[in-house]
Design a binder for this molecule. Structure first.
Ligand code: F6R
Length: 248
């Protein structure tokens, strides 16, 4: 389940190749996408591959995991903005093909319900890309989130707000809440790739390796998924048992 490669660039090359092959095999694929620092080199590598060897993308559909509550799509730290910048604009994807929860919606319960229904109407997710929070969150399903949740609004933990402070001018600007796909929708994806790079993730990757399935470590639910790859670099693998620490 754990695939260790030498560097973040090697992770980006491998994951972007897997996504590329997925789209090549199924041009009408439904992709579940993540944001965050881990994804930036992956999207850059995917864009480069698609520029070198174009594939038809008109039938592709994407659903992002999450969005901050209170940030408009035009806010430079919103996940709408991130995706537009790193993937959607470079690939020329139409607004009708891409989906993120609306962080500026008036009625969050209605927005969450509508987002779940859109995912279901698209036939569910073929391939879900995930990062992992230093506290084990996937999407913004923070520790303690019930595993039987669909898309919902969640209060971000102090740890997550601290981790994401690096993207904002100061602590007061970091949103307190987000809308996130739930564990149910993530687990229903037909294939899942969880990615982690850097020393910052070594501790949670070691915890994930040893943990049983436990709502206090949301990513541990993936141990019950039938088609999961965990792709990490050597820095993120540093606290795994010795035989797993180096690229094979
Ligand atoms: C982002 C998301 C989060 C991130 C996680 C890791 O859409 O769902 O779970 O994947 O917080 O973020 P980075 O990659 O910035 O360390």
């Amino acid at each position: 389940m754990f695939l260790v490669v030498p560097t973040p660039q090697a992770v980006a090359d491998l994951v972007s190749t897997l996504v590329y092959q997925h789209i090549k095999a199924k041009p009408a694929a439904v992709l579940g996408l993540a944001t965050g620092g881990t994804m930036e080199p992956i999207y850059a590598a995917l864009v480069a591959k698609l520029q070198q060897q174009p594939l038809p993308l008109e039938k592709l559909t994407t659903f992002n995991l999450d969005e901050y509550v209170g940030l408009s799509a035009a806010h430079p730290q919103s996940y709408h903005y991130f995706m537009q910048q790193h993937l959607f604009a470079p690939l020329g994807l139409a607004p009708s093909q891409v989906h993120l929860p609306d962080g500026n919606c008036r009625n969050s319960a209605e927005e969450c319900q509508a987002y779940s229904e859109q995912i279901a109407a698209a036939g569910g997710l073929d391939l879900q890309l995930l990062g992992i929070g230093s506290n084990g969150h996937i999407g913004f399903n923070e520790p303690g989130t019930p595993f039987d949740c669909n898309t919902h609004e969640i209060e971000l933990t102090a740890q997550t707000r601290q981790d994401n402070l690096r993207f904002f001018a100061d602590a007061a600007e970091v949103p307190t809440h987000a809308i996130t796909m739930g564990i149910c929708e993530i687990m229903a994806a037909r294939e899942v790739i969880l990615v982690a790079t850097g020393q910052r993730k070594a501790d949670i990757i070691a915890q994930l390796y040893t943990s049983g399935v436990d709502e206090q470590l949301p990513a541990s639910v993936l141990k019950q998924h039938r088609n999961l790859k965990v792709i990490i670099d050597e820095d993120a693998a540093a606290l795994l048992p010795t035989h797993l620490q180096q690229a094979g």
